[in-house]
Design a protein around this ligand. Structure first.
Ligand SMILES: *[C@@H]1O[C@H](CO)[C@@H](O)[C@H](O)[C@H]1NC(C)=O
Ligand SMILES: *[C@@H]1O[C@H](CO)[C@@H](O)[C@H](O)[C@H]1NC(C)=O
Ligand SMILES: *[C@@H]1O[C@H](CO)[C@@H](O)[C@H](O)[C@H]1NC(C)=O
Ligand SMILES: *[C@@H]1O[C@H](CO)[C@@H](O)[C@H](O)[C@H]1NC(C)=O
Ligand SMILES: *[C@@H]1O[C@H](CO)[C@@H](O)[C@H](O)[C@H]1NC(C)=O
Ligand SMILES: *[C@@H]1O[C@H](CO)[C@@H](O)[C@H](O)[C@H]1NC(C)=O
Ligand SMILES: *[C@@H]1O[C@H](CO)[C@@H](O)[C@H](O)[C@H]1NC(C)=O
Ligand SMILES: *[C@@H]1O[C@H](CO)[C@@H](O)[C@H](O)[C@H]1NC(C)=O
Ligand SMILES: *[C@@H]1O[C@H](CO)[C@@H](O)[C@H](O)[C@H]1NC(C)=O
Length: 848
């Protein structure tokens, strides 16, 4: 559901009966450092780094080695202050609050020189009562402390035992003890980006004044009963009048011809009003579908409070018919249960992982999420090392049909559980659940990223005898606090304690499994940069592959903006500096070298650009092979393993210009992997692979209906544009939501059948079609490494604009991994002289 708070009336429109007035303190504040040597204007929302940059006091923080040069910024203590006049008569209001939607992170808040509160959690929202200190002209000051120094101090104060990890590996160039402060991890860092533990006010700040009562939040939940669609409407009030406030509530969903009136009476104090709206049985409510599976239908609902004294409050929201639960049933042939999200219809969860960036615009969110759906993804995990995203992000996910796997912000670390820390976390979790639970896009809550695995696989070398104490802390934080808050605050979707985890099996083992990454249960994270990624036998036949991936470098055009000429080689100091994953650059070359000739131009810049391109080819091909393995494992159980119902590769977007697992570069440019994802996440896909020298093609369908089609298998030599042979199967019915074997042939027979083919001289391509209409992307299978390919020659490729504005490419020879800037598809294998790529709509097979 999408929520619009329409109640905070704009000043000019506020009549005498307005319940609340709000005055935003967004805009320019004054910023100064600890010893007062620097004083400058700074934007709110914003951070110290951007204020310094705007003033020209620092350069682009992402330029070359500036992340190290600007470390002093995060070690200083900054103060944000502002003086302002409130443009309405403040004394006439019964209660006045200062609301801080997001403070980063550790600060003391002074209002008119009186300390009104403190903040220590950037994921929490703070509201301080300033009724007694507010005047017409005011001063506000947020005295920040370096979060880095604060974390170190908290860690030192925790004397009973260590809470590892103390410091990240040197290669990550991050700060220590990040688990002791509730602040975005990725900026401090966990190896994904530069370390900028900044300070500032990163969301809105405002003064809220109200009479009688303050309407705070409104939530609407669908309740599913046998045949009806009912809604629970929950609104929270702070009633400040000394007498009860009574009146009527009128709830309406015009499109569903539904309206109901309720009488209410609100007693003084914090009040929650719960109302139920029953939609008539004879009205059809359309379903909210994930992207690629149907419409994202939402209905406008209005909630009008008509209260004593002429107080009118109107809120509107979008409500959707959507339900999700985890399937827990047993799985035939396996000791573990299923790991599927059950919506109205079971779909494969395909997609990737997102980590938040702080200073983003709506355009950034749009660009990012549009790229998600354009690549045929339906799921995005908001990862525990980033931030809970802004409202707008989830609203867009609701609109676009992107299912969100929402982590709580805990990742790759153990955490303290002293009372102060727990109180802060409890406030954060309760607030985030309230803020986010109305979004149909959120399908699951997850307690943390990899902390069950960290504990049970002993990443931090904890002495065996100490382990029970750490397990106790783990259970305290994620089970006794976070899980309890989720169960109390949101009954509409499942909660898992960690990822990877074993679900019910983990619970049975006391919330920590011996091997949380088991193939038989729950989800699996899998990374292996050394084994040959073209060999699918390397990959786990998991129930749900929730994390996997390979690194690549962003394109030269992206890097060029933050580097200088001497940086432009793969072994430069810069290339080493930007790589925050130990041996990452070596691993990429190793993996690429297994199947490709490494670039060896005499021109160093050419070599650098070619190496970048090759890392992208390697990444795209590796993630393709791995993803296709998971997709084709959808319907089968082999040695008790399989029935893979999810494939979420790591990761979607970059937060700076550096090598990483991302498929979108900083700025949004698609890497080759993102183009590949568009194909391998297509709703209908043929997947080719070999087992013991037999070539197989599986058909993978994530469609809702059965379709009749044929499979065409072609073999090309590298040196010719004409296929040397082509075979079309009989018509068959591709069953909805299944992965089945469509084709098998010993490789030796295939080679013999196709003239003079050898593994080195030929390549196989295949597609699904009906009546000469292409139904799937054209996929391919290499019979040998490309470095051994024979007859592959340098292709001349030209691009032309055809009739109707579409573009076409023309090649002189078979060409793999064709890359054309600003082309709608990229990284493709060209086996035909011209490339045209048209997918036509499907017609369901009529059942007879
Ligand atoms: C920042 O504040 C901390 C704690 O109050 C103090 O120890 C430190 O010296 C201060 N640093 C600067 C640069 O002012
Ligand atoms: C004040 O702080 C700045 C930034 O940390 C530092 O460069 C400068 O030396 C300090 N000045 C004095 C007088 O301590
Ligand atoms: C509305 O639905 C709720 C929940 O199913 C039920 O308890 C209640 O009796 C229903 N009310 C009416 C008027 O049908
Ligand atoms: C739905 O059915 C009820 C009787 O059960 C009837 O009174 C009502 O008019 C119907 N509503 C619509 C919109 O058809
Ligand atoms: C809500 O969607 C589900 C799944 O598509 C459907 O079965 C149900 O009938 C819908 N509810 C109503 C009230 O139409
Ligand atoms: C989606 O919406 C369109 C336009 O409202 C409608 O024609 C179509 O039937 C809907 N599709 C589904 C699957 O509900
Ligand atoms: C729903 O409400 C929004 C915002 O209030 C409005 O823009 C939109 O047109 C409404 N949609 C319908 C179908 O009434
Ligand atoms: C494990 O025990 C040894 C010896 O008692 C101690 O030095 C070390 O710090 C302990 N390690 C951890 C992680 O607590
Ligand atoms: C196989 O190769 C031979 C010798 O190069 C050639 O004469 C023959 O035409 C080829 N056959 C096919 C089917 O391509």
């Amino acid at each position: 559901m999408r929520l619009h708070l329409l109640l905070l009336l704009a000043l000019c429109g506020a009549g005498p009966t307005a319940a609340a007035l709000s005055f935003s303190l967004r805009g320019t504040w004054s910023v100064r450092n600890g010893n007062g040597s620097l004083q400058l204007p700074g934007a709110v929302p914003g951070c110290v780094h951007s204020a310094l940059f705007q003033r020209g006091l620092i350069q682009d923080s992402y330029y070359r080695f500036n992340d190290l040069n600007y470390r002093w910024v995060s070690l200083d203590n900054w103060t944000y202050s502002k003086e302002f006049k409130i443009p309405f008569e403040i004394s006439k209001w019964q209660k006045v609050n200062l609301v801080l939607e997001g403070v980063d992170t550790v600060s003391k808040v002074l209002f008119n020189k009186v300390t009104i509160g403190e903040t220590d959690n950037m994921f929490n929202r703070y509201s301080f009562d300033i009724t007694n200190v507010v005047r017409d002209v005011n001063s506000i000051e947020l005295r920040f402390r370096s979060a880095v120094l604060y974390a170190a101090q908290q860690s030192r104060a925790h004397t009973r035992y260590r809470v590892p990890p103390d410091c990240p590996p040197l290669v990550q160039k991050g700060e220590c003890h990040v688990n002791f402060v509730r602040k975005v991890m990725v900026s401090q860092t966990v190896g994904l980006g530069p370390s900028f533990p900044t300070q500032g006010i990163w969301k809105d700040v405002r003064i809220e004044a109200y009479k009688y009562l303050s309407p705070e939040l409104l939530h609407i939940f669908p309740i599913y009963s046998a045949r009806e669609w009912n809604l629970e409407i929950e609104s929270t009030f702070d009633v400040v009048s000394s007498k009860p406030v009574a009146g009527q509530v009128i709830i309406a969903i015009p499109k569903l011809q539904t309206q109901q009136t309720y009488n209410i009476e609100l007693q003084p104090g914090k009040r929650i009003v719960e109302l139920f709206l029953n939609v008539s049985k004879n009205i059809t409510v359309e379903t909210w579908w994930p992207h690629g599976h149907g419409n994202q239908t939402g209905y406008n609902m209005t909630v009008l409070f008509e209260l004593d004294g002429g107080l009118n409050i109107e809120k509107s929201a979008k409500v959707s018919n959507f339900t999700i639960s985890k399937v827990r049933g047993p799985l035939k042939g396996s000791k573990g249960p299923q790991a599927t999200f059950k919506e109205p219809l079971t779909v494969l969860d395909v997609g990737t992982h997102h980590h938040g960036i702080l200073e983003v615009t709506s355009e950034d969110h749009c660009l990012l999420l549009q790229s998600v759906v354009d690549a045929n993804m339906n799921t995005l995990r908001v990862w525990g090392g980033g931030v809970y995203e802004q409202d707008e992000f989830y609203e867009l996910c609701d609109e676009l049909g992107i299912m969100v796997w929402q982590d709580f912000m805990f990742a790759c670390a153990l955490y303290p559980t002293d009372q102060g820390f727990l109180d802060s976390v409890r406030a954060e979790v309760a607030y985030q659940i309230k803020r986010l639970k109305s979004h149909p896009s959120i399908i699951i809550w997850s307690g943390n990223n990899e902390n069950e695995a960290a504990l049970m696989m002993n990443w931090y070398h904890i002495n065996f005898t100490d382990r029970p104490a750490y397990i106790k802390d783990y259970v305290t934080l994620y089970v006794k606090n976070i899980r309890e808050l989720v169960l109390a605050g949101d009954k509409s979707r499942p909660f898992i304690t960690s990822s990877p985890t074993n679900g019910a099996e983990t619970v049975a083992e006391g919330w920590v499994s011996q091997n949380p990454n088991s193939n038989y249960f729950g989800d699996v994270h899998f990374y292996d940069y050394i084994s040959d990624c073209w060999n699918w036998k390397v990959f786990p036949k998991a129930r749900f592959a929730s994390e996997y991936g390979y690194q690549s470098w962003p394109s030269f055009s992206t890097l060029e903006k933050v580097s200088s000429t001497e940086d432009w080689s793969f072994n430069s100091k810069f290339s080493l500096h930007r790589q925050h994953h130990a041996d990452g650059n070596k691993q990429m070359l190793h993996q690429a070298g297994l199947h490709f000739k490494l670039p060896q131009s005499t021109d160093p810049l050419r070599t650098f650009k070619d190496t970048i391109y090759l890392t992208q080819v390697m990444q795209a091909q590796c993630v393709k092979t791995e993803t296709e393995f998971y997709l084709r494992s959808r319907s089968e159980i082999v040695d008790q393993q399989g029935h893979t119902m999810g494939a979420l590769y790591w990761q979607l977007n970059d937060i700076w210009q550096a090598p990483s697992w991302a498929s979108l570069e900083y700025g949004g440019k698609w890497k080759m992997l993102h183009y590949f994802a568009q194909n391998f996440f297509a709703p209908l896909l043929p997947v080719g692979f070999e087992n013991e020298n037999i070539f197989y093609i599986y058909g993978v369908s994530d469609l809702h209906s059965d379709y009749t089609m044929t499979l065409t298998v072609r073999v090309h030599t590298w040196s010719s544009l004409e296929p040397v042979c082509s075979r079309v199967t009989e018509h068959f019915v591709m069953k909805a939501g299944e992965a089945v074997c469509l084709y098998e042939e010993p490789v030796s027979e295939l080679l013999r059948r196709c003239g003079n083919c050898t593994r080195e001289s030929c390549v196989v391509s295949f597609y699904l079609s009906a009546d000469h209409e292409l139904l799937s992307p054209t996929n391919y299978h290499f019979l040998s490494s490309l470095k051994e390919a024979m007859g592959l020659c340098k292709a001349q490729i030209t691009v032309s604009t055809g009739h109707g504005g579409g573009q076409g490419a023309v090649t002189s020879a078979v060409a793999p991994f064709v890359w054309l800037e600003r082309f709608s598809d990229n990284g493709f294998l060209m086996t035909e002289k011209t490339r045209h790529h048209i997918l036509l709509p499907l017609e369901p097979t009529t059942q007879e």
